[in-house]
Design a protein around this ligand. Structure first.
Ligand code: GLC
Ligand code: CA
Length: 515
């Protein structure tokens, strides 16, 4: 793909929620050195890229998405030097590292915001969006009043501790307090964010996952103004950091990739998206997800929109399909142990850059529990990684149980890394095998074409990748047939056999073969 860092086309990402991955110093909280200590595991699992959730100084009212200092690693995770060492150690193993950039808002504890909240005009006065007076809270937005001496209300971008940075408005409806996205003060905000990016890129980061990337310019219905700002960022990267990558949380690939210039966009679990059809969808009878063995649904609806977006963004960037993330209920809550491996065959054989959320590779469970750091229902997907069930706190931390960031999963037979590495046919073994296949075979990687060969009413799906490889599924609990003949198999779950000129797919079969 033109104008695209080559490494991204070969990347399989692993998302790490740092506080829950591995605690290297026994204080109960995962940390940067803990990630470095586990790089060999990440590499052994077949991942060659990381995205780390925000690891910067923060009051943690939204798990770090409320950044107080963009230039400083949160003390609970370590130091800037630790993060630089992680970059170095990762690079030694051929692993690229994306940090999490939160450009739309800061914490209300950020120095920029404290300055902005002062009554006397200063260079940060317009860094955030303020209404005209403390008594005005214009409709259509969320505001905080009475929390600053400045005579104004400030706009929120998310939770109450996350004031919106000011990137201006596209359509201005009240010029007493709204500025245009073309205003030079907006340039100031954007430049500040580019400075943050340069700071970490200079230290060895390989790019950023960009939080709420579509949220910058307000009253920007078609997102054209927001996109124009991102194109400036992309220009800066192409000029000064051509190997750096930006992946957006936008969930609109044509806009993010074609208009805004992102290298990739997440396909999140929104109602009409591929992963919703594949993993989560429910009806009155229960799960109607494609990979639910009793659902027996055609893959047609699941693929329609995805293929449209894939075609629309071809040659410009990648759709990033995810196994889950820190915002959604874990995959294993929706698919059982017999269904999960097939779901991973799908995830890891699609074009673009796949992302696996830490722990999903061993089927870690969703553990409902009280909210932590603004997690609410999301907290259950953020519990510590389970390394070894025979060790204290499953090997996550040697700290006292009460001091853990969140308690580990203590349900019966909670999955753990050690067991799955030792056990044949475990989910981890499947994920590792698929990752390795993807690395070996360019036809399975990001750029190779995707062409549906068969899509039956009963659930059979067969697609070709790059003209050289095909992948076939029968996710259901009954035997099915397809016309495409499976010959040169390179990976198989269940069984695919040729009988009387058709291929018979046993229940719950996934097969990868050469064509
Ligand atoms: C994104 C993050 C989420 C966070 C929100 C506000 O959606 O993924 O965790 O709460 O943005 O920054
Ligand atoms: Ca620690």
């Amino acid at each position: 793909m033109k104008n695209m860092p080559k490494w991204l086309g070969e990347a399989i990402f692993y998302q790490i929620y740092p506080q829950s991955f591995y605690d290297s110093n026994g204080d109960g909280i995962g940390d940067i050195n803990g990630i470095t200590a586990k790089l060999d595991y990440i590499q052994a699992s077949g991942f060659n890229a990381l995205w780390i959730n925000p690891c910067f100084a923060s009051p943690f009212k939204d798990a770090g998405y409320d950044v107080a200092d963009y230039f400083k690693v949160a003390p609970r995770y370590g130091t800037n030097e630790d993060l630089c060492r992680l970059f170095e150690e990762a690079h030694k193993r051929g692993i690229h590292v994306l940090l999490d950039l939160v450009p739309g808002h800061t914490s209300d504890k950020c120095r920029w915001f404290k300055q902005s909240a002062l009554p006397a005009r200063n260079r940060y006065s317009d860094r955030y969006i303020w209404s005209n007076s403390a008594w005005e809270r214009p409709q259509g937005y969320s505001w905080v009043t009475g929390n600053a001496d400045r005579d104004g209300s400030y706009m929120l971008n998310f939770f109450v501790g996350q004031p919106a940075l000011n990137y201006g408005f596209n359509k201005i409806t009240d010029d007493r307090w709204q500025i245009s996205y073309k205003d030079k003060r907006v340039k100031g905000t954007l430049n500040a964010m580019m400075k943050v990016m340069r700071f970490w890129l200079d230290k060895g980061a390989d790019g950023f996952r960009v939080d709420m990337a579509d949220s910058l310019v307000k009253n920007d219905e078609d997102k054209s103004a927001t996109a124009s700002l991102w194109r400036k960022v992309r220009k800066m990267l192409d000029r000064d950091y051509p190997e750096a990558v930006l992946i957006s949380e936008w969930c609109n690939a044509p806009r993010s990739i074609n208009l805004a210039g992102f290298h990739g966009d997440f396909l999140l679990h929104h109602g009409d998206k591929l992963t919703d059809y594949a993993f989560y969808r429910q009806n009155e009878q229960g799960s109607s997800a494609y990979f639910c063995k009793t659902a027996h649904v055609s893959a047609r609806d699941m693929l329609r929109r995805y293929v449209e977006e894939l075609n629309a963004t071809k040659d410009n960037g990648y759709i990033c399909v995810i196994s889950g993330n820190h915002d959604v209920v874990r995959l294993s809550n929706f698919l059982d142990d017999s269904e999960l491996p097939l779901a991973f065959v799908f995830l890891l054989t699609l074009p673009g850059a796949p992302f696996v959320y830490y722990g999903d590779e061993i089927g870690m469970r969703y553990i409902p529990q009280p909210s932590k750091e603004g997690g609410y229902h999301r907290t259950g997907s953020r519990t510590p990684m389970q390394w070894d069930s025979a060790q204290t706190n499953a090997g996550f931390s040697v700290a006292d149980r009460k001091k853990l960031y969140l308690d580990i999963d203590r349900t019966d037979n909670a999955p753990c890394v050690r067991d799955q590495m030792q056990r044949q046919n475990s989910l981890w073994q499947v994920v590792r095998a698929l990752n390795n296949l993807r690395h070996e075979i360019p036809c399975l990687q990001a750029d190779a074409s995707f062409e549906v060969l068969e899509c039956g009413d009963g659930g059979v799906l067969c697609y070709a990748r790059g003209g050289g490889i095909a992948v076939a599924f029968n996710p259901t609990d009954t035997q099915q047939t397809m016309n495409t003949i499976v010959s040169d198999k390179i990976f198989e779950l269940g069984s695919a056999t040729v009988q009387n000129g058709v291929t018979v797919l046993a229940p719950q079969t996934a097969v990868i073969f050469r064509i």
